[in-house]
Design a protein around this ligand. Structure first.
Ligand code: GUN
Ligand code: ZN
Length: 432
């Protein structure tokens, strides 16, 4: 078995720093080491001690760089990579003007292959080792994404986006074809290598009750899969959902009534929740996904991270590209910090790093496997240079402790801060 020893400042977690005192959950070693054997982390501890104990390992000494679990993006749309940063619209107009015309191109397998490869390479260059992606209605777009991820050894979660109304003709399936295509793709991909399939109704406005029911039935046949969708992102969207589903108690009920609410549900955005929705999501142990750059870019609102963290909901962090305006989970953490400030809570850098790794992995029900720098976890690792630009360096040089050194990289860092990325125990070639 090939062994690699990475030496540097190592950061992991023993618990959730959003609950109780964050300091109790930190596993930090300023002279740490991570021993990789095959595709796993097989030992952690003092770097020099590991070096002495494993003379057969190849050693990379990262000095004072920060060795972290690879970032886990819990909600994004790889087909939107090409139209990220499109100007001037809010959600529904943004979908109709920019998103749907772009997604209509993904019936072309070559186009989908190119976008999938480009997106995964951009993610890796930004230190993200797992993506959770919506695809398009085209089954080809799902094959393209899983194949591109498999050739990069990445653990990914994805599914065919289902829509049978309120979308252009070229982007509509039906209740039956959404069920049939999703089922065939799920059987082809779920559990194959590092791939996981997520049943994916886009959001209630673009699915008829028949389609939601068909996908709810599919989920009951395959409850081990995740189900991903959008929930309560923008006020006009919520008003539209009320018109389309007059009998529903609230937005969540449009999923719940059709079997689309359970512990393995991933609900993106979840900004404008009613108290019944919060209680119900917490009761079933579902996950909500915070997409802060998207929420400011599309003008959606301010997610109540601390309020929701107090319930038993799990919370992931995500770029939501291309509604989100960055591929970087560092920039995403910075935006979560800014939204926290606007809501009156300054999130600690430890909490932000946890959200981008363990928090997202927990939302995906993959705790212990990804998003963790610890023995037994997959060796998906991101090494951050804490002095990557002159602006960051001059600030980090004054740092009084590790958090004061990490925070400038969270707030001002980008792909230049990503020194190396290891996926399933192999170092990625230089990507940026
Ligand atoms: N709601 C339904 N579809 C989308 C999408 O593609 N992006 C975002 N941000 N919200 C959505
Ligand atoms: Zn989304």
């Amino acid at each position: 078995m090939t062994k690699h020893l990475l030496i540097g400042q190592t950061l992991g977690f023993s618990g959730n720093p959003l609950l109780g005192d964050w300091a109790d959950t930190i596993v930090f070693d300023s002279a740490g080491g991570v021993l990789i054997g095959g595709d796993r982390i097989i030992a952690m501890g003092n770097g020099a001690a590991l070096r002495a104990a494993h003379p057969d390992a190849t050693v990379t000494d990262y000095g004072d760089a920060l060795i972290s679990a690879g970032f886990v993006d819990a909600h994004m749309h790889y087909p939107q990579t090409g139209m990220i940063a499109s100007w001037g619209k809010q959600l529904i107009d943004w979908l109709n003007t920019y998103t749907f015309p772009e997604e209509a191109r993904f019936g072309d397998r070559g186009y989908a292959d190119d976008a999938a490869g480009r997106t995964l390479d951009l993610a890796l260059a930004h230190g993200t080792t797992t993506l959770t992606s919506f695809c398009t209605i085209h089954p080809e777009s799902v094959d393209a994404f899983f194949e591109a991820a498999s050739s990069r050894r990445m653990a990914v979660i994805a599914g065919k986006t289902c829509m049978d109304r309120n979308a252009p003709d070229t982007l509509r399936d039906s209740a039956q074809s959404a069920y049939d295509d999703s089922k065939a793709l799920l059987e082809r991909w779920h559990g194959k290598g590092r791939a996981s399939y997520a049943i994916t109704p886009r959001f209630s406005p673009t699915s008829t009750p028949d389609q939601l029911a068909a996908l709810g039935a599919l989920w009951s046949e395959y409850p081990q899969c995740l189900m991903q969708t959008h929930l309560s992102e923008q006020l006009p969207e919520i008003a539209w959902v009320k018109e389309l589903f007059p009998q529903a108690r609230d937005y969540l009920d449009t999923y719940e009534a059709f079997g689309l609410l359970s512990e393995r549900g991933l609900y993106g955005h979840a900004i404008h929740l009613e108290s019944r929705e919060i209680a119900r999501l917490a009761e079933v142990g579902a996950a909500v996904v915070h997409c802060p750059t998207s929420n400011t870019f599309i003008g959606s609102g301010l997610f109540d991270l601390m309020g929701l963290a107090k319930t038993s909901l799990s919370i992931g962090l995500a770029t939501d590209t291309g509604g989100g305006s960055s591929f970087s989970m560092l920039r995403t953490m910075a935006a979560a910090y800014e939204i926290g400030q606007l809501r009156g809570t300054a999130l600690h850098p430890a909490q932000l790093m946890w959200l981008a790794t363990e928090g997202s992995a927990g939302a995906l029900k993959m705790s212990g496997e990804i998003g963790r720098l610890g023995v037994g976890a997959a060796a998906d690792i991101t090494v951050l240079d804490l002095h990557s630009t002159p602006a960051i360096m001059q600030r980090a040089q004054r740092a009084v402790d590790i958090w004061d050194a990490v925070f400038p990289t969270i707030m001002m860092g980008d792909d230049r801060a990503v020194r190396d990325v290891w996926v399933a125990g192999k170092k990625q070639r230089a990507l940026s």
